[in-house]
Design a binder for this molecule. Structure first.
Ligand code: SF4
Length: 335
């Protein structure tokens, strides 16, 4: 059954950092912080509206949950924990920084019903972490991940593609190192350069060059295939609209259908592999019934891509096929 979250945004007031890509220091203020009463109100409403409670988590997203002032963190947890357990929600999900995880805080989180912890790893390359002012190193991610798993939480890792000073080699190295930590879930965020950030300054000065959109789609398609093949769920690709619109996007890889574009690229690659083994110019390709729009591509981009090469591809459905599986029918049946 499908998992869902009741998202509660906790902007990170008093964050010790100023990461190159983050604009939270500009958008957070006391007035944006949820109170314990507000948390209770959100959960009460969700209790009335959500049918599938056993598969729903209360999710504190935003900044670095375990780095906020301890008394306030406990108030929020106390309030949320009343709605967890028998007849309530599955658990509580939080996101935080790797250098704000230790045995003591994990015990505390467990006692309030936290079930899943997502760490902002962003990169597993120290040079990239330093250049983007993350304030922690790759080893912090490794240590925190091990502790989280040792304490029986579900581990989620968030990574970014296209950070300042990163290279395609570093992107793939980060992907492999993230997989070695065996997270249950991964989120992949291609960089979106937001107004008021250090990245925006570097970009405007010409010191920070972004990948092309095509390059970033290729990297993300490789990552999605890689993680799914080894059983790691990619639960998000690309920023939500709400996170980007407030201060405006200067540059980068924002698209409301980012994951769909990445999945379309996976289909394009698979179809191309099939076509490359043949020398015809007209093909019927069968895909899983639920994947036809992805195989066609965003605004039929895959069909257009092949047509520009003089190849006519027609996409048809076969319910026996698995996700990303493509089957070729002989050219003479193509209409
Ligand atoms: S990304 Fe997180 S750790 Fe970095 S400045 Fe923003 S809130 Fe702080």
């Amino acid at each position: 059954m499908k998992h869902s979250n009741i998202a509660i945004f906790v902007p990170h007031v008093g964050c010790p950092n100023m990461c190159s890509f983050c604009n939270q220091h500009s958008i957070s203020g006391e007035e944006d912080l949820p109170t314990a009463e507000k948390v209770a109100q959100i959960c009460e409403q969700a209790m009335r509206e959500v049918a599938n409670k056993g598969n729903t988590e209360i999710a504190f997203f935003g900044g670095s949950f375990t780095a906020i002032e301890r008394g306030y963190m406990l108030e929020l947890l106390r309030s949320a924990s009343k709605f967890v357990g028998k007849d309530g929600f599955k658990g509580i999900r939080i996101s935080t920084r790797p250098d704000y995880i230790d045995e003591e805080v994990l015990e505390l989180l467990k006692s309030y019903g936290v079930t899943a912890i997502e760490l902002g790893a962003q990169s597993m390359i120290d040079e990239v972490l330093l250049a983007n002012n993350r304030g922690h190193c790759a080893e912090d991610v490794v240590n925190a991940s091990r502790l989280i798993k040792k304490h029986g939480f579900e581990l989620g890792l968030q990574m970014m593609v296209g950070l300042y000073k990163s290279t395609t080699e570093f992107e793939y190295e980060t992907m492999s190192k993230v997989a070695e930590l065996k997270p249950e879930t991964v989120r992949i965020y291609p960089v979106v350069v937001l107004n008021g950030t250090r990245l925006a300054e570097l970009y405007k000065k010409g010191e920070y060059k972004l990948y092309s959109f095509d390059e970033v789609i290729k990297i993300c398609a490789d990552m999605l295939c890689f993680f799914e093949d080894i059983g790691i769920k990619v639960i998000r690709m690309g920023l939500h609209a709400s996170e980007t619109v407030e201060l405006g996007i200067v540059a980068g890889f924002y698209h409301p259908a980012f994951k769909e574009i990445v999945e379309s690229r996976i289909y394009r690659n698979k179809i191309e592999d099939i076509i490359n083994k043949s020398s015809k110019d007209c093909y019927n390709i069968y895909v899983n019934a639920g994947s036809i729009s992805k195989a066609l591509g965003h605004k039929k981009s895959n069909i257009v891509y092949f047509r520009e090469k003089g190849i006519y591809v027609s996409i048809k459905s076969d319910s026996m096929l698995k996700k990303y599986e493509c089957k070729l029918e002989d050219w003479y049946q193509c209409i």
